[in-house]
Design a protein around this ligand. Sequence first.
Ligand SMILES: NC(=O)c1ccc[n+]([C@@H]2O[C@H](COP(=O)([O-])OP(=O)(O)OC[C@H]3O[C@@H](n4cnc5c(N)ncnc54)[C@H](O)[C@@H]3O)[C@@H](O)[C@H]2O)c1
Ligand SMILES: O=C(O)C(=O)C[C@@H](O)[C@H](O)[C@H](O)COP(=O)(O)O
Ligand SMILES: [Zn+2]
Length: 348
Amino acid sequence: MIEFREKVCCSDVSVKVGRGALRELESLPGRKCIVHPKSLKPDVKGDLEIAVEDGEKGKDLRNALEIVDKLLEHDFTRGDYLVAVGGGTVLDVAGFSASIFMRGLNLVNVPTTLLGMVDAGIGGKTGVNYGKAKNMIGTFYQPSLILDDLSFLDTLPTEELRRGLAEVVKYALVLDKELYDFLSLNHSSVLNKEESALEKVISSSVRDKLAVVAEDERETKGVRIVLNFGHTIGHAIEAGSDFTVPHGLAISVGMVCEAKIAEEMGYAEEGVVEDVLWLLQLFGLPISLEQLNAKIDVEKALIAMTKDKKRRGEEVLLPFPTRIGNWRGVRVPLETLEGFAKQCLGGN
Ligand SMILES: NC(=O)c1ccc[n+]([C@@H]2O[C@H](COP(=O)([O-])OP(=O)(O)OC[C@H]3O[C@@H](n4cnc5c(N)ncnc54)[C@H](O)[C@@H]3O)[C@@H](O)[C@H]2O)c1
Ligand SMILES: O=C(O)C(=O)C[C@@H](O)[C@H](O)[C@H](O)COP(=O)(O)O
Ligand SMILES: [Zn+2]
C-alpha cells in the first residue's frame, strides 16, 4: 500500500493507494453512510446506504439535498462519516452534501474510476452543475481519508480509463516532466492496466495534485489554477454539448486549444503543442472537436465560458504550458479569449 499524508490548511488528509485499500473503512469510528451509484454496489457495510444517479445528470442540487434529507432522517451527526464511493460525479455531489450537512460531517472518498483516483477524489473541490455551466454551486471541503482501491479498476472500461488519463496527461504537461517521460515510454502497460504502471500513474498524480492544493487550497494565490489547464475550453465544450461530451474528453480537446492559444500569444516554447498532441494521441484521446462526434452549440459554450471561475472582471487568469512540466499564469482579456475560443470551437 502506498500512503500519502498532507496538511491542507486546517485538515489532515490521508491517501492510501493499493489493492484492498477499501478494507481501511472497517476501522473508522462512528456511523457510516455509504453513497454509491445505482449501478455499482460496493462490498462495504454501512449504517445507511444511498444509491444515487451518477454521470453529469446526477450532479444536481436536488440530488445533493436528497442526501442531506436522508442523513437528517437517519439522525446522523457531525461525528459520523459520509463515505462517497463512485466516479468523479458521485464524489462531487456527495462531497458537497457532506460539506453542507450541519456545516460538515466527516468525509471519506473512495473513487471507483481512474479519473476519481487521480483527480476528483483529491483536493476538496465539491459541487453540482447549475445555470447551464459546470460546478456553479460548490464548496472547498477536504476529505480526511481517500482510498484508491485498484480492484475497482478491474471492471472499468478502457474508454473510462482513457478519460482519467486525460487528467494524468494534464499533470505531466504542466507539472511533471518525469511523468511525461514515463507515460511516453509505458503507454501500453498503462492502457493494459498493468498494476505497477497504474500504481505509478496514480501515485504521481496524487503527489502532484496534493502539493498544489496544499499551497493554494482555495485557488486564491494563482497556484491552484494550474489544475484547471484545458478546463476553460473543456468546460465550455461540456456546456455547449448539453453535457453529453464526457469531462475527460472535453478537457483533452481543451488542452490542445489552450496550448495553441499559449503558443499564439508567445508563452509556449516551440514544440509544446506537438508534444501535447503526441501524448494525447498515444492514449487515443481526442485532439479535435470533430473527434468528439457531438453537436456543440457555440453560443452556449461561449456563455458558459464567461462563468469560468478564473475570471476576474474582464480578464481570465489562464494557466499556460511554457515547456513540458512547466507553466505560468497569464491574464487574458475575455474578448481575446472569446476570439481564440471561436477559432477552436468553430464559431465565426
Ligand atoms: N472535484 C474535482 O476536483 C474534480 C476533478 C476532476 C473531475 N471532476 C468531475 O468528475 C466528473 C467526471 O468523473 P468520472 O469520469 O469518474 O465520471 P462518472 O462519475 O460519470 O463515471 C464514469 C462512468 O464510469 C462508471 N463507473 C464508475 N466506477 C466504475 C467501475 N469501477 N467499473 C465500471 N464502471 C464504473 C460510472 O457508472 C459512469 O458511467 C466530472 O463531473 C468532473 O467535472 C471533479
Ligand atoms: O482540483 C482542481 O482545482 C481542478 O481544477 C481539477 C479539475 O480537474 C476539475 O475538473 C475541477 O472540478 C474543475 O473545477 P472548476 O473550479 O473549474 O469548476
Ligand atoms: Zn478536470
